[in-house]
Design a binder for this molecule. Structure first.
Ligand SMILES: CC(C)(COP(=O)(O)OP(=O)(O)OC[C@H]1O[C@@H](n2cnc3c(N)ncnc32)[C@H](O)[C@@H]1OP(=O)(O)O)[C@@H](O)C(=O)NCCC(=O)NCCS
Length: 336
């Protein structure tokens, strides 16, 4: 049973454009349950990596239908050789030997990522039992950024009082430069549009419009200028994106504070996309809101890649995994 109304709405959206999502962690019961919940809703096709007999026995024991689900054991896959060669060819210039590729392909996160690269899957959700770095590194190496010179980053969808917000980057880029921060803001604005969230982007700081000083503030001011300049290009035309900063969090989301601190800002008071100045701020903030503030948190969701690969928190529930799969399906749908 899915409890979150927001996840239910995402699943309904995913059903209109069925995608194939690979789940590399078939040894984890939460993953098996999430796949069952998704299959029950006919919201996606799923490929689960692991021991086929054990997974099939688990499903039989639970009385769950396996329609829409394929179990794949990478060790015995007929594509093992193809994926090994693909990995070797993609990474040999980076120093990967063929023997190393043969070993690496058996790492399920690499195997799943190579399935996407080969067109056998549209996206991947992993991380219930792996660190963020182990989950996303294969994607950064193999799937690569969609735009040249543009770093991939991540966001969370945070639900507060039934209102969705985007928090970024809370998962990938540890200390972004001003250019990287601008890229994060622009990608997050596009992510917001994809998920039906107003692309009102606040570049967060401890300062609002010059109230504080220092190089941290200067970085956010500079990132805001870079992002605002990019918005003038044809790429972002007619998308309705607004970016402003530097803003404190209260000025960004509270209209009474905004009226006092940043009355001329087009974003202050109604920001829905919150861009944090670094990973410390973003990661700490989302976890506190999730654990103490009663918000639902979905992510980290990667943005800026050629195909979607998404990470899970190791403390995630089966329902969190369902949410991540639904989000991945929506990202895999190319139209904006
Ligand atoms: C994401 C992360 C793992 C990448 O680090 P890494 O694996 O050491 O990365 P490397 O510097 O070795 O780069 C590996 C490849 O990924 C690419 N890459 C790294 N970061 C990237 C980014 N943000 N966007 C696009 N590509 C990126 C590199 O260019 C490199 O490509 P190449 O090998 O083809 O040249 C690292 O940034 C990290 O640890 N971030 C914090 C994760 C975390 O702990 N989050 C908190 C919990 S949610």
């Amino acid at each position: 049973m899915i409890k979150s109304d927001y996840i239910k709405s995402l699943l309904n959206k995913a059903k209109y454009n069925i995608k194939t999502i690979v789940l590399p962690e078939g040894e984890d019961e939460r993953v098996l349950e999430a796949a069952h919940l998704i299959a029950e809703q006919n919201a996606a096709r799923l490929i689960i990596l692991g021991n086929e007999e054990q997974m099939a026995a688990y499903y039989a024991d639970k009385g769950w239908n396996t329609e829409g689900i394929v179990f794949v054991n990478p060790e015995t896959s007929p594509y093992l050789q193809t994926y090994t060669e693909l990995l070797y060819n993609l990474r040999k210039e980076k120093g990967l030997t063929y023997d190393e590729a043969k070993k690496l392909v058996l790492n399920y996160n690499y195997f799943g990522t190579l399935m996407i690269k080969s067109g056998h899957a549209d996206g991947m959700v992993s991380g219930a039992d792996h660190s963020t770095a182990d989950t996303v590194r294969p994607a950064l190496q193999i799937i690569k950024s969609a735009k040249k010179g543009h770093s991939a980053s991540s966001f969370f969808i945070m639900i507060s009082n039934n209102e969705p917000y985007i928090f970024t980057d809370c998962g990938i880029i540890i200390n972004p430069t001003d250019k990287e921060l601008a890229d994060i803001a622009l990608d997050a604005a596009e992510s917001a549009i994809r998920f039906g969230i107003d692309p009102n982007v606040a570049m967060l700081s401890f300062s609002t419009k010059g109230s504080g000083k220092g190089e941290e503030v200067e970085k956010v001011v500079s990132a805001t200028k870079i992002a605002q300049k990019a918005l003038k290009s044809s790429e972002y035309e007619d998308m309705g994106i607004q970016i402003d900063g530097e803003l404190q969090a209260d000025a960004a989301v509270c209209d009474i504070v905004a009226a006092k601190k940043a009355p001329k800002s087009p974003v202050a008071g109604k920001a829905r996309v919150l861009v944090f100045p670094n990973l410390d701020a973003g990661n700490i903030c989302y976890k506190l809101l999730q654990r103490l503030g009663g918000c639902e948190a979905y992510g980290p969701i990667l943005q800026g890649l050629n195909s979607p690969v998404n990470d899970l928190s190791r403390g995630c529930s089966a329902e969190d995994i369902v949410g991540a799969i639904a989000i991945t399906c929506i990202q895999a749908t190319k139209e904006k």
